[in-house]
Design a protein around this ligand. Structure first.
Ligand SMILES: *Cc1c(COP(=O)(O)O)cnc(C)c1O
Length: 501
């Protein structure tokens, strides 16, 4: 507990001043050309703003630098703190990926260069396609899609093109209730209606539930494995049989591949098409929503529909083949998100097959370590071993009026980024924890100690938890109001800014 208090003190630094509250008249980071140095003297009067921002802050270069450096140090980042977000595999991106991405031969490639000048890059992309096919058990891969969600859309477009050519266009996609929101969204965007099915009391899909809704109007099922509850879909082969028997296809959302590398291949589970999130499993950075890459892998029957251009080996050379009449066309400019693909290639090569398998096994071990340390203090959503992420609930704490949101906010006081909360939607008060393989036992212990301390506080002093966070620059936000009435513009008079109730 004393160590934790130390941590809390460390984070209790004064909130930074706004730029508008700093500086002093006449300070500047640049010399204005006019004698006397007044901005107004060097800009023609008709170009000067007339909207009354007269008290624009005036600061020197070092003041500005310190201001923004200070703000950057308030960011949460994997380089500074543990980041246990579930379902998104926010794992550490080894620095060798960055070093290789900066090799001038890669960094200075021009995207419009002709293929004869891109042979090294094309060889790398060709090999990456093969590596991803090997890891996932699929036969062909396209690297074009720029995110998991775009991979989903691309995969569904392949299914639609394939079925349409057989004169059997279908209308519906089956999606489990545990699915990531992008699954129904991609289905809708691709022109399908969504049939939602429920998982059973063990958190997985029964083949019988699929059989009930599977008919000649269903184009495909989209299934995530391991699913977003962190559980392996044990019936996946039987489900695939049911779907295939009625002429449908199996789409696998491969966002959770971090649990399976070197252990099992989706291609062996009856899957026809999948996407992989390189920015999750293959360690390319994806803070702040991007960049990413979501390659799709397919079995032979979908190959002709893959996006163009295809990278083809012709003798000793690589060429870009645009002549694929059945292709769904391009889904991305140039050759995909090359910088991201290059980092994933580096990651795979630097770990090797054994290293990737070890990464997955460590990810499973770490999640189960956290699960067993916390299961007495937080009720588990499903009382069984998990894959790469575990789900706790607030059922015990709720008796004292403490909710998942309160627990998440209190974690900030202990210096931890909260896990994913209230997802998946089928678990009431979910706290979804994915430690990933890169964390040490000491880090996991520190996080568990904080979680256990909060469970104790929820019993002894619920108000303390319910009013958290106490040590952050901004305390508990009214999230609804912050979203509906964001204050995006600084106003000279605080009364004005606050009057908009
Ligand atoms: C992250 C995720 C997606 C979406 O992938 P993006 O790369 O964020 O578009 C889809 N499904 C699952 C299960 C995910 O975790």
């Amino acid at each position: 507990m004393s160590e934790l208090s130390q941590d809390k003190k460390r984070s209790m630094v004064a909130p930074p001043k706004l730029l508008f509250e700093s500086g002093s008249a006449g300070r500047s980071a640049v010399d204005w050309p006019a004698e006397g140095g007044k901005v107004e003297d060097s800009i023609p009067a008709h170009l000067l703003r007339q909207d009354g921002i007269s008290d624009f802050p005036e600061l020197g270069e070092l003041e500005v630098l310190r201001h923004f450096t200070g703000l950057s140090q308030r960011n949460f980042s994997i380089e500074s703190q543990f980041y246990p977000l579930g379902s998104c595999t926010m794992k550490y991106n080894p620095k060798i990926n960055e070093a290789v991405a900066r090799f001038p031969g890669f960094a200075q490639l021009h995207p419009m260069a002709a293929p004869e000048y891109l042979q090294g890059a094309l060889a790398l992309l060709f090999e990456l396609e093969q590596m991803l096919a090997e890891i996932s058990g699929m036969e062909h891969v396209s690297l074009q899609p720029s995110a998991g969600a775009q991979g989903e859309l691309t995969g569904l477009m392949l299914i639609r093109a394939y079925l349409a050519e057989r004169g059997d266009p279908r209308k519906n996609i089956i999606v489990p209730d545990t699915a990531h929101g992008t699954n129904p969204a991609s289905s809708t965007l691709c022109g399908y209606d969504v049939i939602q099915i429920s998982s059973n009391d063990k958190g997985v899909i029964d083949a019988a539930a699929v059989e009930k809704v599977m008919d000649a109007d269903v184009a495909a099922i989209m299934i995530t494995n391991p699913n977003t509850l962190g559980l392996f879909e044990t019936n996946i082969e039987a489900i695939a049989q049911v779907v295939h028997a009625k002429g449908g296809m199996v789409y696998l959302d491969g966002a959770n591949l971090n649990a399976l590398m070197g252990i099992a291949k989706p291609g062996h589970m009856g899957v026809d098409v999948l996407h992989m999130n390189l920015h999750k499993t293959f360690s390319t950075p994806h803070g702040g929503g991007g960049p990413g890459a979501g390659p799709v892998g397919v079995k032979a029957q979908l190959r002709d529909y893959l996006p163009v251009p295809r990278i083809v080996k012709s003798g000793e050379n690589f060429v870009l083949d645009e002549n694929c009449p059945k292709s769904v066309g391009r889904v991305r400019s140039f050759l995909g998100n090359f910088g991201v693909l290059l980092r994933a290639y580096t990651y795979i090569l630097s770990l090797g097959g054994d290293g990737l398998e070890n990464a997955s096994r460590m990810a499973l071990l770490n999640a189960n370590y956290i699960r067993t340390k916390l299961e007495k203090s937080y009720q588990l959503a499903y009382n069984q071993p998990c894959m790469h992420e575990c789900i706790l609930t607030d059922r015990i704490q709720h008796k004292n009026g403490v909710s998942t949101l309160d627990i998440a906010k209190r974690l900030l006081d202990y210096g931890y980024h909260p896990p994913t909360i209230y997802f998946p939607l089928v678990v009431s008060g979910a706290l979804m924890i994915e430690p990933t393989e890169t964390e040490t036992p000491e880090t996991l212990d520190g996080f568990c100690d904080a979680m256990l301390a909060i469970a104790q506080e929820a019993k002894d002093d619920p108000e303390l938890v319910k009013s958290a966070p106490h040590s952050t620059p901004v305390s508990r936000l009214d999230e609804a109001r912050a979203a509906r009435k964001p204050v995006l513009r600084w106003e000279a008079s605080p009364a004005k800014a606050g009057s908009d109730d």
